[in-house]
Design a protein around this ligand. Structure first.
Ligand code: NAP
Ligand code: HSE
Length: 444
C-alpha cells in the first residue's frame, strides 16, 4: 500500500467533526476500499480552544486556512468552513494552484466561482470533488456526472434544501410556527450559518446551478435563477393547499425549453399523491429526466453532519483511488454558455390567495381581469366562517361583510406573464386589501 493520503481539514463544525469521526471509525475499511490509508494531518477552525468532542492531538493546528491548504504536509485540502468568498475562496484557490486536490461541501462558493475553480483544478491536474455540496448524503453529483453521461437530459428538479423541507413538513403536520421549526433545524445542524440562505431559497439556487451545469453541459450561472423563498408562506396557504389536495414544497427546477434553460426556485404546490409530496422532513429528492434512462429519482437525507460526511468521505475515497473526472463533467473550455429562458414565458397552473374587500362587484371584476388575460379558473374557494375553504356556489356574489374575505383561485395552465398582468390589474382596481399571494403549481 502506498503512503497514507494526508488530509488538511478546514472547518470543525457540524460537517467537519462528523468527517473526522467517520474517518477514524472506518480507517481500515476505507484503506481496503481505496487501496490507500487516509490521515487527517492538519486542521483549522476559528477557535482553537473549543472542545469538539474528537481527538485532534495528532493533527497540526493552523490559524490560517491558506497556510494549511498549501502546507507540505497536506495532499488533499478539505474545505468545510462555508462562505462564497474570504477564507474559503482564498484557501481553495491556493490549494488548487499549489497542486493539492480539493474536496468541499461548499455550494455557495462553487455556485459563484465554480467555473474558474474547475478550470484551476484542470490546469493543475488535480481533483475538485463536491458531492456533499448538493443534497447532502444523496450521491447525485456522481450519478449525473458519471452515471448519466450517455443521456440527453431535459429536466432536473427536486427538493434540495433540508431546512426548508423540515420547516414546511412540521408546519403542516404539527401546526408549529415557522420560527419554532427554523430554530429546531438550526439546533439539529441542518441550517446554514446564515439561515436566510436556506429560507430565502439561495441555498437551493446554489445547488440547482451546479446540477444545471452537469445536466446541460453549460457554464454555472447562479445569478440569473428566478428565486422565491418560503418566508412569505402562511399557515393559511399550507392549510388551503391541504384542503385542495396539494402540499407546498420548495422546489428547484431546471428545464430545457425552446428559448433557453429555465432555472427557478420557489415554493410549489404539488399534488398530495405525487412522489415528491411524500418527501418529508430533512429528506431531499432529486429527479432527472434523461432520454435513454427515462426519469430517475434519488432521495435521502439532505443535511446533517453524518449524512454530509458520507458524501465528503466518498469524495476522499475517489481521491485515494486516483479516480479523476472533470469537476463539471467535461473540460471547462467545452462548457456551453448558459442561455436563460425568460420566466415570463413559464407555463403552469397557479394558486392565488386574495384578501378581497367584500363589496358588490368585486368577484366579478376579479374574474373579468383573469378572463382578459385568457386565464381559465379551475376553482374558486372562499373561506367561510367555519374556517374551511369551500367552493363558491354563487358565482362570487357573496353577501357583503365588513372584513376582507380570503379567496383562493386555482388556475388552469397559463403563463407567468398573464398571471402577473392579471394580478397587477386586480391590485390597481382596489378590490383587495393586501398583496396577492401566488404559488406555482406543478402536476409532477
Ligand atoms: P458550521 O457548523 O458553521 O462549521 C463551520 C466551521 O468552519 C467551524 O468549525 C468554524 O470554526 C470554521 N470556520 C468558519 N470560518 C472560518 C475561518 N475564516 N477560518 C477558519 N475556520 C473557519 O458549518 P457546517 O454546517 O459544518 O457547514 C460547513 C460547510 O458544509 C458549508 O459550506 C455548508 O454549506 C456545507 N454543508 C453543510 C451541511 C449541513 O448539513 N450542515 C450539508 C451540506 C453542506 P469555529 O468552530 O471555530 O467557529
Ligand atoms: N442548509 C442546507 C440544507 C445544508 O438545509 O439543506 C445542506 O446543504
Amino acid at each position: 500500500m502506498s503512503n497514507p493520503l494526508k488530509l488538511g481539514l478546514a472547518g470543525l463544525g457540524t460537517v467537519g467533526v462528523s468527517v473526522v469521526k467517520r474517518l477514524a471509525q472506518l480507517e481500515n475499511e476505507l484503506a481496503t476500499a481505496s487501496g490507500r490509508a487516509m490521515r487527517v494531518t492538519a486542521v483549522t477552525a476559528r477557535s482553537r480552544d473549543k472542545d469538539r468532542g474528537v481527538d485532534l492531538s495528532a493533527c497540526e493546528w493552523f490559524d490560517d486556512p491558506v497556510s494549511l491548504a498549501t502546507s507540505e504536509d497536506v495532499d488533499v485540502y478539505v474545505e468545510l468552513m462555508g462562505g462564497d468568498s474570504g477564507a474559503a475562496e482564498e484557501s481553495v484557490r491556493a490549494a488548487l494552484a499549489a497542486g493539492k486536490h480539493v474536496v468541499t461541501a461548499n455550494k455557495a462558493l462553487l455556485a459563484k466561482h465554480g467555473n474558474e475553480l474547475a478550470k484551476l483544478a484542470e490546469d493543475n491536474g488535480v481533483m475538485l470533488n463536491f458531492e456533499a455540496a448538493v443534497a447532502g448524503g444523496i450521491p447525485i453529483i456522481k450519478t449525473m456526472r458519471e452515471g448519466m453521461t450517455s443521456n440527453d437530459i431535459s429536466r432536473v428538479y427536486g427538493i434540495m434544501n433540508g431546512t426548508c423541507n423540515y420547516i414546511l413538513t412540521r408546519m403542516e403536520l404539527e401546526g408549529l410556527s415557522f420560527d419554532e421549526c427554523l430554530k429546531d433545524a438550526q439546533r439539529l445542524g441542518y441550517a446554514e450559518a446564515d439561515p436566510t440562505f436556506d429560507v430565502e431559497g439561495n441555498d437551493t439556487a446554489h445547488k440547482l446551478a451546479l446540477l444545471t451545469s452537469l445536466a446541460f453541459g453549460t457554464e454555472i450561472e447562479a445569478d440569473s435563477i428566478f428565486l422565491e423563498g418560503i418566508t412569505s408562506l402562511t399557515t393559511d396557504d399550507i392549510r388551503a393547499a391541504d384542503e385542495l389536495g396539494f402540499r407546498i414544497k420548495l422546489l428547484g427546477v431546471a428545464l430545457r425549453t425552446d428559448t433557453g434553460i429555465e432555472q427557478r426556485v420557489h415554493p410549489t404546490m404539488v399534488p398530495k399523491s405525487s412522489a415528491i409530496a411524500q418527501i418529508s422532513g430533512v429528506t431531499n429528492a432529486v429527479a432527472v429526466d434523461g432520454d435513454a434512462v427515462g426519469s430517475i429519482t434519488m432521495s435521502g437525507p439532505g443535511a446533517g453532519g453524518d449524512a454530509t460526511a458520507s458524501a465528503v468521505v466518498a469524495d476522499l475515497v475517489d481521491v485515494a483511488r486516483d479516480f479523476k473526472v472533470y469537476p463539471l463533467g467535461r473540460p471547462v473550455g467545452e462548457l456551453k454558455p448558459y442561455v436563460r429562458a425568460k420566466m415570463r414565458a413559464h407555463e403552469g397552473g397557479y394558486y392565488i390567495r386574495l384578501s378581497v374587500n367584500d363589496r358588490p362587484g368585486a368577484f366579478a371584476s376579479i374574474a373579468h381581469r383573469m378572463a382578459e388575460q385568457d386565464i381559465s379558473l379551475e376553482s374558486i374557494v372562499q373561506r367561510r366562517t367555519n374556517g374551511h375553504f369551500t367552493k363558491t356556489d354563487d358565482g362570487g356574489s357573496a353577501k357583503a361583510s365588513e372584513k376582507p374575505q380570503a379567496v383562493v383561485l386555482i388556475t388552469y395552465e397559463t403563463t407567468e406573464k398573464a398571471i402577473r398582468m392579471a394580478l397587477k390589474q386586480i391590485e390597481e382596481d382596489g378590490h383587495i386589501a393586501a398583496t396577492p399571494q401566488m404559488i406555482r403549481i406543478e402536476r409532477l
